[in-house]
Design a protein around this ligand. Structure first.
Ligand code: GYE
Length: 328
């Protein structure tokens, strides 16, 4: 698989290219979709839903990039995290004969048939954010984050923080079957191998604050103050868990250390406030890159199969320094 990592300068250069690409769009859609003549490029975007702060920022970034001013006619669908509903949305985009389809796949599996149908209809598919297990011949390109690396970074922090000290961990997993839940679990497990960190329990909180709170309440009832560490696959679940921990009379960030992923505003604020101990970033601002890919693919320009956007990570002190300048 061709891979490109976009970070710092490369990301800016890519964004510049994207802007150029949009302005100079010729409308030549090659053998794809409905053809665009000189009118706007019609795009169907199948979003996961609206489960988290990350998702809100991602949706906003996508809607801004696929705007009328940028030459797009966007049909937006949010599937409320129901994989069947998301596949149905993609089928309706195919029936509408859009020029291109963009998908943020809720789960990794189950995409072969509908991706083949899009291919048969000559409509290119660009994936953003999450990945699929289908053959990469069934989509034109993907742009997103290295979820496994995020898990490794979170796990390395845990390994360095707890070292050989026996540590009881609970885990709030993301949506079952989603690429970030799978990869963040795998990366973390690799990084803590050989440490004295033991997993007491691991359950899905569906990437939402509400479920993060409910599942953490269950963990607290079962294990009480035996819990030393919480690994949450996203900030929202950590924020829900913080409510549960405080309600149980414990101090988040002190009695129970917390590491999470995303670095959205509310998560960063909790980090600055000392309630979370470490956050690995996951950049949701993928709109311009996705729009650039759509334009390039429709113009017949060669693109790579995968574009990775680089992430950072933050301690409490580092979060305090950057929080005011964060874009999401
Ligand atoms: O971390 C989480 C969201 O797919 C990377 O989905 C994304 C994840 C993100 O709901 O907050």
């Amino acid at each position: 698989m061709n891979k490109k990592i976009l970070g710092g300068g490369a990301l800016l250069a890519a964004l510049a290219l994207v802007v150029t690409g949009c302005a100079g769009t010729s409308g030549d859609s090659g053998d794809s979709g409905g053809g665009t003549d000189d009118g706007p490029i019609s795009v169907g975007f199948a979003q996961t839903g609206s489960e988290s702060g990350w998702r809100s920022a991602n949706t906003e970034s996508m809607k801004t990039a696929f705007s009328e001013e940028n030459g797009f006619d966007l049909t937006f669908n949010a599937a409320d995290n129901d994989p069947a509903a998301q596949i149905a949305a993609v089928r309706s985009f195919i029936n509408q004969g859009v020029d291109a389809i963009v998908i943020a796949p809720i789960v990794e599996d189950g995409w072969d048939d509908v991706l083949q149908e899009a291919a048969d209809a000559g409509i290119p598919v660009i994936l953003e954010d999450r990945t699929v297990t289908s053959s990469d011949e069934l989509f034109a390109s993907w742009v997103g984050l290295d979820f496994k690396k995020e898990g490794v970074t979170a796990g390395e922090w845990a390994a360095e923080t707890f070292g050989d000290t026996p540590t009881n961990m609970v885990v709030l997993e993301g949506t079952t079957g989603s690429a970030p839940a799978n990869d963040r679990a795998e990366g973390f497990a690799e990084a803590i191998e050989g440490t004295a960190i033991t997993t007491l329990d691991s359950q899905t909180g569906n990437f939402t604050r509400a479920d993060g709170k409910t599942v953490m309440e269950g963990f607290l009832q079962k294990y009480g103050s035996d819990i030393d560490l919480l690994y949450a696959h996203n900030d929202d679940m950590a924020l829900g868990a913080i409510d549960a921990i405080e309600a149980a009379g414990l101090v988040p960030g002190v009695d129970i250390k917390i590491v999470s992923i995303d670095a959205v505003k509310d998560g960063m604020q909790a980090l600055v406030d000392g309630k979370i101990n470490y956050i690995v970033e996951c950049n949701p601002l993928l709109g311009e890159l996705a729009a650039g890919l759509v334009t390039d693919v429709l113009a017949g320009t060669d693109v790579d199969k995968a574009y990775y956007v680089e992430d950072q990570s933050f301690t409490q002190e580092q979060a305090a320094e950057v929080i005011d300048s964060r874009l999401y």
